[in-house]
Design a protein around this ligand. Sequence first.
Ligand code: ZN
Length: 331
Amino acid sequence: MAEPTRRAILVAAAATSAGALVPLGASHAEAAAPLAGTQAPGFYRYRIGDFEVTAVTDGAVTSPLAENYVVNVKRQEVSAALAAANRPADTVTVPYTPIVVNTGAKLVVIDTGQGEAAFERLKGAAGQFQRNLVAAGIDRNVVDAVVISHFHGDHVNGLLTADNRPAFPNAEILVPRIEWAFWMDDGEMSRAPAGRMQDLFRNNRRVFDALGRKVTPYDWDRDVVPGIEAVGTPGHSPGHTSYVIASSAGRVFVQSDVTNIPVLFARNPGWHAAADQDPQRAEATRRRVYDMIVAEKMPVQGFHYPFPGLAHLEKAGDGYRETLVPWNPTI
Ligand SMILES: [Zn+2]
């Protein structure tokens, strides 16, 4: 008889010790699956008439609730509204959802998120737009147009790659004419208060200088791309723009930042967010636009709404309540 090999002895020993751990009656070992540890890619499709819209998440950033997050309401009241919405009372989580519209003739991106450069700094919480475009099967090189709603970092920074090259190299960059005139004006920059406003002026020069200032300004009340009408919704910034996407009988109102997160600012349209440049005008716009959306029963796509950002609105007291559309497994 041959000597048992070393391998045979080890296999026999393993079988014995494993056997000792198998409960009586168990017929096979049950291995635990490893935890994924990361979120799944986020994109969601729906149709507006003959158009296909893909909402693509850029992520969401959680920050401590600042004393002046809402400038005309005490922090305590904002905390209570967050708690009433089953959110942590001392932090605010703001999602970012750019959309991609395929009109059949053009592939159009509306707003661009925090930018790839922010991904590392934010530990992957935001700056995800480009990754999720890839997951959605959308090639940034074939995007025909990028439409910018306003010149805040969470909307324009994604125009650049992490190494400051054009993120959509073959796209026409369309910007609101009023926004372009305001933010690129050296006189306005010189009069801007130090801090956030100065930082915004500097950031816009950083982004648009990297693009060689090659943009096409657009005007309100006309189509920026056929089927996508620019609607002036000023206040949050001077040239802040929303859109009506219309195809056949389908319509959706892309509100941009008419409100920030709806649990605070749709419920309380009189609350003035610190980021609203002209708070009175922003509030007037908010009430006018939301009354119109409710009256016309138009669905709304909200940049800072919970992903995927598509909702219906109704009046609720002095404010409005959003109902997010349920996931649709087909389009
Ligand atoms: Zn924003």
